[in-house]
Design a protein around this ligand. Sequence first.
Ligand SMILES: [Fe+2]
Length: 437
Amino acid sequence: MYLINRIYNELFYAGLSKEEFRRVKEPIAEKNRKTLGSVSIIVGLYWLASRFIYGSPEYAFSRTVFISSALFCLIILLCSLFLVKHVPQTLLPLICALLLSFFGTSFALAFLQPDQRIATMICVAMSIPNLFLERPIVTITIEMIAVVFYAVMGKRILNPDVYSWGISTLIIFSSVGVIIGHITTKSRFERYVYIDSAEKLAEIQTKYSEELQKEVEAKTERIVALHDQFVIGMAAMVEGRDNSTGGHIRRTSMGVKILVEEMKKGMQLSDTFCEKIIKAAPMHDLGKIAIDDDILRKPGRFTPEEFGIMKTHTAEGARIVNNILNDTDDEEFRKIAVNIAHYHHERVDGSGYPDGLKGDEIPLEARIMAIADVYDALVSKRVYKESFSFEKANQIITEGMETQFDPCLQPYYEAARPKLEAYYHYTSEQEITNLGA
Ligand SMILES: [Fe+2]
């Protein structure tokens, strides 16, 4: 039963399964039709030309005939390659067809009697389509019809010697054609099945990867957003306990953003670095969560002891931020956020806290944060003080350059001033409106 199935598959589906055959039949059949068309035209023209050029008796047995026909075949082969260059899958059967044609025709022209030549050419012509048909059973059927046709018709028009020679030649050519045709068809089908399967697999894989990628991106975005909200929530909670009138986090973040945008115009700062500073800015005072309410909410000046405790919000903030971002895969962001929390009260002359760092020892992100933090403290109203005017705040910041703030940042601060003032002017108006409401 297995053997019968196997033979059936070989004959009807070139050794493939029925589904595979159906799937890949059409593209192969399409290419075969094109190639068979070009081969038929070329071979037909060649034979036609052969009849006129080499048909006369004086050239019939000449060596020149053989060489000329070989050269002519070569030209045809090159032309055919050009014609079917877009369908390389059909190259093998095409070459087989042309070789068959070359040997058959040259043999017929050079060594045979006129009747035998015609018989040979018919055999060759009959064999060529075998190389381009998809189903082996079809080629076998066609060959059998050809043999029967030759057997019936040849008996009437050919003399007995040529007839018997022709029928044996036809059987040999047909058998060879069927075998070569079957081998080439099988190899093409197998290649197509492989390509088809590989393409389908690649398509599925690409689609799956894209979907997976989108899902991962969406989930990551959600996690990042949740994380950001958590951090902002924590910062807001700290802010609620502080003496500031609220909005400090939002305003300092905007202050950092305005400064960084100006700095980008004159310094080599990457976009991601700038985005990360802005995103990390709300975390700068997280350490205040560890400070007692008595100190944090004290309206007047701190005693030296209280100030000492207050100073710990920087190192404590760095520890908290580090813990919060411990599992992040964005190491740069973690470092920036920790630096901002840790060093935003450092001064370039070394008199700041907690570590008394000087100049460039203070990370750039902390030097930027320091300006935005102090600027906000100056122009905002606190429990213990009224807000300063923009001019007064500017005077204090400018005087603080080289002692408290990095003088290298002064030009960017100057450039940012109009935007900072416009923003704070707008914000204070909003706050008045909100209070009125
Ligand atoms: Fe602070």
